[in-house]
Ligand binder design. Structure first.
Ligand SMILES: Nc1ncnc2c1ncn2[C@@H]1O[C@H](COP(=O)(O)OP(=O)(O)OP(=O)(O)O)[C@@H](O)[C@H]1O
Ligand SMILES: [Mg+2]
Length: 486
């Protein structure tokens, strides 16, 4: 549950508890008020009646006077929520039984139940001094009092409720404002996790968030610097590796190749000597010539793998076509579709060799892992970028875990060393497509290397006109299960 919602719920619960406590206090106060009011009304009436009886003195035996007094008091009582009933002699029980039910206007039942006082405060009996004269019952009627109390209580409750709702809404808004930096921080972390090392956080007004922002930014700086160092190191490593391979290929060509040619020539001289050597010597010389020729072919193949001469002589396109053609001949059961532009402009051999190696590893992976029937290889010069796509219709990456091998990682490092980016697409229906975008150097620009913290060039999937489907075989877009920067 989002933090903002969680805090808001907590505050709402607290407010509801306070609201309940408020309701309890207000209703309790109303109950006390009603009770006190009724008590004072019945007491006052009883006092008045008592005083009148004492003032009548000897006239007490005149029942007309008594009746007139009671009738006057009864009218008065009606106005003050008091009902006065006379009783004569033994009729007391009948008079009590005539108490009318309470009538309240507008107050809800729960309120009436909570504030209605106990019965004993509702009535009083006053004797007129002699049993034959009887007396009066004074009853307090709480309905009006309750209605009155409900009026003021309702106003208070409404005020409390309005306050609670307003306080909650305000807190929700304030929390949203206060926690807004968290959204930025999460976005920043997400960007870092996706390899966008140039992402930085702004300064925040809240001190704690501002500290997080500063730490985040310095951490991103360090990450970017380390990343740049690693990239430089990798690039250097690949360059040294290629230089070593180049030297080795030259040595093989210049030394071993020359020696093998010489051995073959000598064997031919022996076999064709004019003084006709014995047959067994001639046969051995022939065998030596054949073996030397075989080792020479082998050496040429190794030389080709160590350093593809075609790359320097013909350029990347033809070299790739040659390599893919050789690969296709070794895998007659796999149909290879090639769309390779002849002369992708401006990519020197020192950089082209990295793309060559990427294709080499890509095809090796198809051989080793894909069980594919079709492979597509595409190299296109599209304005500022060179796009390379290697796709197959094999098993797909499936449950591949990072760290399974070095090939994909090495491919990505090589492409990043060129300032580009490699992405890998694999769907549930199978098939794997590697898409690399490499920026082409402009006439004046030096060889491209990603600057510290700079995002490598647009991810293949984010660039117009190039989709995961580019290397796949169906014309419908496939759902992509595994899309990752390699
Ligand atoms: N075209 C492909 N089809 C299916 N799975 C692939 C393909 N390419 C790579 N994989 C999967 O990705 C994993 C990693 O490939 P990667 O090239 O990095 O390592 P590797 O080929 O196993 O070993 P290495 O290249 O280091 O000799 C492979 O083990 C394989 O499971
Ligand atoms: Mg591999």
């Amino acid at each position: 549950m989002p933090l903002r919602l969680r805090l808001s719920l907590l505050i709402t619960l607290l407010t509801a508890a306070f609201l309940l406590a408020g309701v309890f206090l207000v209703v309790n106060a109303a109950r006390h008020d009603v009770r006190a009011e009724l008590h004072s009304a019945t007491s006052l009436t009883a006092e008045l009646l008592q005083a009148s009886i004492e003032a009548m003195g000897e006239k007490l035996n005149r029942s007309e006077v008594r009746d007139a007094m009671i009738s006057g008091l009864t009218q008065l009582g009606g106005h003050r929520h008091i009902e006065i009933t006379a009783w004569h002699g033994d009729n007391r029980a009948a008079a009590r039984a005539a108490m009318p039910p309470a009538r309240t206007a507008g107050a809800p039942d729960w309120f009436i139940r909570l504030v209605t006082p106990e019965m004993q405060v509702l009535y009083r009996e006053v004797s007129l001094g002699r049993p034959d004269l009887g007396g009066v019952i004074i009853r307090a009627e709480p309905a009006d009092e309750i209605t009155e109390a409900w009026g003021s209580t309702r106003t208070l409750l409404l005020l409390l409720l309005t306050f609670a709702v307003a306080a909650n809404a305000l807190m929700y808004w304030l929390l949203g404002r206060a926690l807004r930096p968290l959204g930025h921080i999460l976005k920043g972390l997400d960007a870092l996790q996706r390899g966008r090392l140039e992402s930085r956080l702004p300064r925040f007004r809240v001190h704690e968030f501002d500290r997080v922002s500063r730490h985040f930014n310095s951490m991103a700086d360090s990450l970017a610097t380390s990343h740049q160092r690693i990239q430089r190191l990798n690039r250097r490593l690949f360059d040294v590796q290629e230089a070593e391979r180049h030297t080795l290929a030259r040595e093989l060509h210049d030394e071993l190749g020359q020696c093998l040619v010489a051995i073959r020539a000598d064997a031919m001289i022996i076999a064709n000597a004019p003084d006709a050597p014995p047959a067994n010597v001639r046969a051995s010389a022939d065998a030596i010539r054949q073996t030397a020729g075989h080792v020479y072919q082998l050496t040429r193949r190794i030389m080709g793998r160590l350093h593809p001469a075609a790359l320097e002589q013909l350029g990347l396109g033809p070299a790739l076509r040659q390599m893919a053609g050789d690969w296709a001949r070794r895998h007659p059961d796999i149909a290879v579709a090639m769309e390779i532009q002849d002369t992708p402009r401006g990519l020197p051999p020192s950089q082209a060799i990295h793309l060559y190696r990427v294709v080499q590893e890509g095809l090796t992976n198809v051989t080793k892992h894909a069980h594919a029937r079709r492979v597509r290889l595409r190299l296109r010069d599209r304005g500022e970028h060179l796009w390379l796509v290697i796709g197959d219709d094999g098993h797909g990456l499936g449950t591949r875990r990072d760290g399974d091998g070095m090939g994909l990682m090495g491919m990505a490092e090589r492409i990043q060393g060129l300032g580009g980016r490699l992405r890998c697409f694999s769907g549930p229906a199978g098939g794997t497509t590697l898409v690399a975008a490499v920026p082409l150097p402009t006439a004046s620009a030096p060889e491209p290397v990603a600057r510290p913290g700079q995002r490598p060039h647009a991810a293949p999937s984010e660039t117009q006109g190039q989709t995961a489907d580019d290397g796949a075989f169906s014309t419908r877009p496939q759902p992509v299960l595994h899309v990752a920067d390699v």
